[in-house]
Design a protein around this ligand. Structure first.
Ligand code: FAD
Length: 480
């Protein structure tokens, strides 16, 4: 099949029947038409279509079928391959101004790296290496959209999974035979759970590593409409108000869901790891998956920072405040942030080298610096939008007013130095949707947490960073 079109994606979704709880309803399919999902489904369909509009950038020839398949599946062997991958990431990221976190390239990148690390999976069982490779090929050839769920429910973080509700709360293996495993319990979260084709249920890195963690230690993949699997969605932030009023939420509201496994059977060929908590804790690092995920993430956050620089610049120009020193300071801060993420991305590519499995991989340290820094920094961007937008972010009539009886007043009193009234309202509604709306709040939370808890990521960064040369230099200096 190869790279899908938007309508192929929507047709498959329409034919599937995931169990989804939302707003008091229990859905068994019908996702593409549901008001909470239809706009974001349309956006994802546009991303799939882009693969056909720009095949050179977005796809490459499959080594097995000869079909054009998504570029994020490309196994990089040379530096140019990393550039091709990044150019593809950027095209998709630009389409959502960096606000979509689960475009397929994010998890395709992780699966690509894992598929090449078959011998690592084979440490636990020879079949697992073959299972992950075959699964990667299936996803690549059918261009399936993946999401994942990694974290135990947030019940009591002072206890391990095995201690909560007698061990019943967190998803765990309750049965196992030659046909596969049976899983019961819950995980959070799965962004785009309801609109994805497949769910990766991979290890959380906070397993303590003892024998009590065995039932909670696994990596597998299942279709999102697997029997017994349920998604409990939060309230939608797409209020059905259209693109003028909610320019971002009406296109890019991805939805997050708690995942419940009610004795879900996972076929043996879709199990990639079972038991081995110590291996599970190392899965993302040892396979190189985290490096390729971060390559996609830092590309996306570059796109997002470019968007915010453009937006803030349009606002300061519109209301004539660019000449003020503190406004320039804020603009400078955004420019520096943009050049920082760009520089880290470029450094990671420039210092790329093959990993243990022969996959050309960006250098981890600059990407790790970016993935630790940006979650902490991101909140500054909407804060700057709010500070510079001020009351303009509240002087925001809706489309109904701008096109209705209030139009003469909008034209007369909401004009700006460079824009007429309706144009200014349009710009500031976009600013509102990235800095104040429910969508904006979720974006901030997402950027802070989606890659893991920044506090614990900082700990991992410190533990993994080679500081010995610098300590030695200090000791040499002290010793004279
Ligand atoms: C919008 C959004 C979308 C997401 N999408 C996905 C997704 O698609 N798939 C997925 O798998 N996950 C997803 N996540 C979950 C994400 O991985 C977690 O939010 C993140 O790993 C932090 O875990 P937590 O939310 O359970 O926070 P907790 O672990 O409950 O932490 C809460 C607070 O307690 C502190 N804390 C808790 N335990 C410890 C500890 N042991 N040591 C130090 N401090 C501690 C933390 O620092 C934090 O301040 C998403 C999260 C958000 C917000």
């Amino acid at each position: 099949m190869g790279a899908r079109t938007g309508s192929e994606y929507v047709e498959r979704l329409a034919a599937s029947s995931p169990t989804v709880f939302i707003g008091g309803e229990r859905l068994e399919g019908g996702i593409p038409e549901h008001p909470a999902f239809r706009n974001v489904v349309e956006t994802y369909a546009e991303l799939f279509d882009l693969q056909h509009a720009e095949p050179e950038t977005m796809t490459y020839e499959s080594p097995t079928s000869g079909e054009r398949v998504g570029m994020s599946f490309l196994v990089p062997r040379a530096h140019e391959d990393l550039v091709r991958r990044r150019e593809m990431f950027k095209r998709w990221a630009d389409r959502s101004l960096g606000t979509l976190g689960r475009t397929g390239d994010y998890l395709n990148s992780s699966l690509m790296a894992m598929s090449e690390a078959g011998e690592w999976f084979a440490q636990a069982d020879g079949a697992y290496g073959e299972n992950i490779r075959r699964y990667y090929e299936l996803v690549r050839e059918q261009d399936l959209l993946l999401t994942h769920t990694l974290i135990p429910p947030q019940a009591n973080r002072s206890q391990g999974a095995g201690q909560q509700l007698g061990g019943q709360l967190t998803a765990h293996v309750v049965d196992r035979d030659d046909s596969g495993i049976v899983v019961r319990g819950a995980r959070l979260l799965a962004t785009i759970g309801a609109i994805a084709d497949e769910l990766l249920v991979f290890p959380s890195t906070v397993l303590r590593g003892g024998p009590e963690d065995e039932p909670y230690s696994f990596a597998f993949a299942i279709p999102c409409d697997a029997p017994g699997l349920r998604f409990i969605c939060r309230e939608t932030m797409d209020y059905g108000r259209g693109r003028f009023d909610h320019p971002l939420a009406s296109r890019f509201e991805e939805m997050d869901a708690v995942v419940v496994f009610d004795d879900v059977h996972v076929p043996a060929e879709r199990v990639f790891m079972l038991g081995h908590p110590e291996l599970c804790n190392q899965l993302y690092i040892d396979t190189g998956a985290v490096v390729h995920m971060a390559h996609q993430v830092v590309t996306r956050t570059t796109a997002k920072t470019e968007f915010l620089l453009g937006l803030i610049s349009c606002m300061t120009e519109a209301v004539g405040i660019e000449q003020f020193g503190h406004v320039q300071e804020d603009l400078a801060e955004v420019i520096i942030a943009l050049e920082t993420v760009r520089g880290l991305l470029r450094a990671a590519e420039a210092d790329a080298a093959p990993n243990a499995f022969g996959v050309m991989s960006p250098r981890w340290e600059p990407l790790n610096a970016a993935r630790n820094w940006y979650p902490r920094f991101y909140a500054r961007l909407p804060a700057i939008v709010r500070k510079l937008g001020a009351s303009g972010l509240m002087a925001l009539p809706t489309e109904a007013d701008v096109t209705g009886a209030a139009r003469p007043d909008v034209e007369a009193y909401l004009q700006s130095a460079t824009l007429d009234g309706p144009e200014r309202v349009k710009l500031f509604r976009l600013a509102w949707d990235i800095s104040i709306s429910a969508f904006a709040g979720r974006q901030e939370l997402y950027e802070y947490y989606f890659f893991g808890d920044p506090v614990r990521m900082a700990g991992a960064l410190v533990r993994g960073y080679d500081r010995e040369p610098y300590k030695a230099r200090v000791r040499r200096f002290i010793d004279g």
